[in-house]
Design a protein around this ligand. Structure first.
Ligand SMILES: *[C@@H]1O[C@H](CO)[C@@H](O)[C@H](O)[C@H]1NC(C)=O
Ligand SMILES: *[C@@H]1O[C@H](CO)[C@@H](O)[C@H](O)[C@H]1NC(C)=O
Ligand SMILES: *[C@@H]1O[C@H](CO)[C@@H](O)[C@H](O)[C@H]1NC(C)=O
Length: 453
């Protein structure tokens, strides 16, 4: 072959390859899917017809949850507990659970129609709240990658951890998706140590400094922006980047240092959906869209009549980062209803027509496919000094509130949930005590009266 025809051929190939790269405009993602429970959410996701589906962890519930026992030989709850609430399953059991998840008819349809990628969280990693100390991580990594149909020769099968990156779309319409592994290398909770570990940090730095993409989605199993623990403690704490403040700062600094714009976080884990935003970290607003509860949800664990109380508590718990707007189905702007949640629509076809002005929609949808939370974001907003970013944070504009950390709230606001709960418990305890005293007094009076009679 002479040079010119070779050149023509390679040009032809390039054209063919470029023509094949359709822009990605519909992405769905989710987390927390109990393989043993019905999964009607796939109908809504199929209806949305995503080109890409991203698993954000707890893709199966792999570990064994033991009953909540307060008394007896094996106590799993309370300060006096002596045995673990969660224990890992055998390899065979993990395989069975993955097989069940993979065979779900709704998910099978997604697998045929869309690209499916993802990472894991604690329950599919193999143990509730586990980190780098967990000894079954090597074998469980293999099972998880089998579930995702990772090719046998993929480098991802040789590395320590399931982190990965993908780039989709033609030039100028590139979407890069990075999925992090927040388990394999994570130091113990409360250590303020590392989440990603050195190797993954080096890799991430490389990925973020690499070729430009118009949008960079970073998937983390646990929430990045919201630090709910700061307002739910000391009642209870959640896992999140907020619990590792040094590591979180490092992440924001890396994004700023690599001058990566268009970064959006997606996360799962918490069994409810919310959209949060932090404006004072990298020079433009960092959004974190949490889609959690493909199957598991906060409200599912309480009886139906009590669900409005759960919603009320959500609304009452302060949050400085949550995006509150008119699109929310509930006043709290969280969504944790039974069997509900989300595909997440990210970007409309419109987006690619005019990258700089069009609005891109971040949405959380329910089991019927209806939007329950949403916000419009334009790409120009996700750039340093872009519209509605730095500008707003320096004026007393509406976005001002997205700069205050939860821990900077005045104590009376920050701890109002704990105060309410403790107060309620105290009142109930006093009422019960009062009843008991009343009863005792009445009985003694009666006994005395009977004797006198
Ligand atoms: C998963 O669903 C099954 C069937 O509904 C239920 O028995 C089990 O407790 C659930 N697992 C978790 C972790 O909620
Ligand atoms: C998040 O909240 C925890 C618990 O109150 C606190 O220790 C931590 O410093 C907070 N992190 C950030 C980034 O504010
Ligand atoms: C986004 O903006 C469009 C046009 O202004 C509006 O119709 C739509 O409801 C908005 N969506 C959300 C989720 O805010």
């Amino acid at each position: 072959m002479n040079q010119i025809s070779f050149w023509c051929l390679s040009l032809l190939l390039t054209v063919v390859i470029a023509a094949e790269e359709t822009p990605i405009t519909r992405i769905a993602f989710g987390s927390c899917a109990n393989q043993s429970a019905p999964q009607p959410i796939w109908d809504a996701i199929n209806k949305f017809d995503p080109q890409l589906f991203i698993w954000l962890g707890d893709n199966i519930y792999g570990d064994i949850r033991r009953p909540l026992t307060v008394i007896g030989k094996e106590r799993t709850f309370g300060p006096w507990r002596n045995s673990p609430r969660f224990v890992p399953s055998s390899e065979e059991e993990m395989k069975l659970r993955y097989a069940k998840a993979k065979a779900n008819p709704g998910y099978s349809r997604i697998q045929r129609k869309a690209k499916v990628i993802g990472t894991w969280d604690d329950h599919d990693y193999g143990l509730n709240d586990a980190g780098k100390e967990f000894d079954r991580k090597v074998i469980n990594q293999k099972l998880m990658l089998d579930f995702l149909n990772e090719p046998l020769d993929s480098p991802r099968r040789k590395q320590a951890g399931v982190y990965a990156s993908y780039t989709y779309g033609p030039p100028n319409r590139k979407v890069k998706v990075i999925v992090l592994d927040t388990r394999y290398h994570r130091d113990p909770l409360r250590s303020d140590g590392s989440i990603l570990g050195d190797t993954q940090w080096d890799w991430l730095e490389n990925e973020l400094s690499g070729p430009r993409s118009e949008i960079t989605i970073i998937g983390s199993s646990v929430q990045v922006i919201s630090n709910l623990s700061a307002t739910t403690g000391p009642l209870f704490y959640m896992e999140s980047w907020g619990r590792f403040p040094k590591e979180r700062k490092r992440l924001f600094k890396l994004i700023a240092d690599t001058k990566r714009d268009g970064v959006i976080f997606i996360s799962g884990d918490v069994h409810f959906g919310e959209i949060t935003r932090y404006d004072c970290s990298v020079g433009y607003p960092l959004y974190d869209v949490t889609s959690s509860g493909l199957v598991q949800s906060v409200e599912k664990v309480v009886p139906r009549p009590l669900r409005s109380i759960v919603r009320l508590l959500f609304w009452y718990t302060p949050s400085t980062m949550r995006v509150i707007n008119d699109n929310c189905k509930f006043k709290s702007c969280t969504y944790g209803i039974i069997l509900n949640l989300i595909p997440f629509t990210f970007s409309s076809d419109k987006l690619w027509k005019d990258l700089l002005t069009s609005q891109d929609t971040l949405e959380i949808r329910d089991v019927n496919g209806d939007t329950v939370l949403g916000t419009n974001v334009s790409l120009s907003e996700l750039q340093p000094g872009g519209s509605n970013s730095l500008k707003d944070t320096t004026t007393k504009g509406k976005s001002q509130r997205y700069c205050t950390l939860e821990i900077e709230l005045p104590g009376t606001t920050r701890y109002r949930l704990a105060v309410l709960i403790y107060f309620t418990i105290a009142v109930l305890a006093m009422a019960i005590l009062g009843l008991i005293i009343g009863a005792v007094l009445a009985i003694t009076a009666c006994v005395y009266k009977c004797k006198v009679d």
